[in-house]
Design a protein around this ligand. Sequence first.
Ligand SMILES: Nc1nc2c(ncn2[C@@H]2O[C@H](COP(=O)(O)OP(=O)(O)OP(=O)(O)O)[C@@H](O)[C@H]2O)c(=O)[nH]1
Ligand SMILES: [Zn+2]
Length: 300
Amino acid sequence: MQTGKIIKSNSGFYDVQTANQEIIRTRARGNFRQKKIKPIVGDWVEFENDYLLKIKPRKNEVVRPLIANVDQALVVITAVEPQFSTNLLDRFLVVLTAQKIKPLIYLSKIDLTPKQQQTQLIEQLKYYQSCGYQVFISNEVKQNPQSLIAALDNKETVLAGQTGAGKSTLLNHLIPNLNLETGSISTSLNRGKHTTRMVTLYSFHKGLIADTPGFSSLTLQNITRENLPQLFPDFVSLKDKCKYRSCVHLNEPDCAVKQAVDSGKIMNSRYLNYCQFQAEIAQERPVYLKTDKRSKKNNG
Ligand SMILES: Nc1nc2c(ncn2[C@@H]2O[C@H](COP(=O)(O)OP(=O)(O)OP(=O)(O)O)[C@@H](O)[C@H]2O)c(=O)[nH]1
Ligand SMILES: [Zn+2]
């Protein structure tokens, strides 16, 4: 019996990479199908004679892209083309953190912006660094990729970011012989094609990286009004100073988070995005409560 990790799945075949970097093509037996367990990329498995025997319990499972046991995600966000958006960035950070995936930030295309705007962007990203996120900037990584390499080593990382953000470009830069399609070819495909494209894990130093067809599911599903504040680390550090323990930092009096926004300690756009996400969750809510008895009780 051997063990390894599925790095690629294609028409019923699963390529498993073993500890000594061997790649073995395996198949699932009938009993897998009966149990309705479908092996996916990222799964740790046991196999024998090219047949999968067992899938080890998953640490986590992302649906879009379909991948298991992810340690972290490198969020690729653009300086321009399209214009940098704290809303999109905050949404990625929240959605990933909710799925127990550690987000790291990579700002691409900074070379395409004027000097003054570069300074502004770097200033904004310093705030994110102060919240505990690791931040990487494209022109610095091009000159010296060591710190990014160190952050990716020994981990299973997915690249997350909208189409055209620069995910494949970054991977090609990190893994010179990869030659992934970039730019016009992939952006000319329609979205449907993107989502069906296969997820593959590539070896990178002692870790694995997945280029993804784009993290398409960026809805705040499964995040509650009460849970959202925990997904903003800059709010978490202040919440004990709010008057009410259950403060969600919206309309409550003596809210330390709102005070910190007013004094400039919390970045204004972070709070605006937070309020927008709360409104979005509130809209989903009636549907959610009808089907979930437990949360009804908690709120009652
Ligand atoms: N100047 C500049 N161009 C970049 C940078 N990163 C990406 N690009 C360009 O942006 C375009 C899109 O990059 P891709 O790497 O294909 O983007 P992607 O995120 O992989 O897109 P999908 O595969 O559609 O999800 C390409 O034309 C790249 O050359 C950068 O840091 N600087
Ligand atoms: Zn508060």
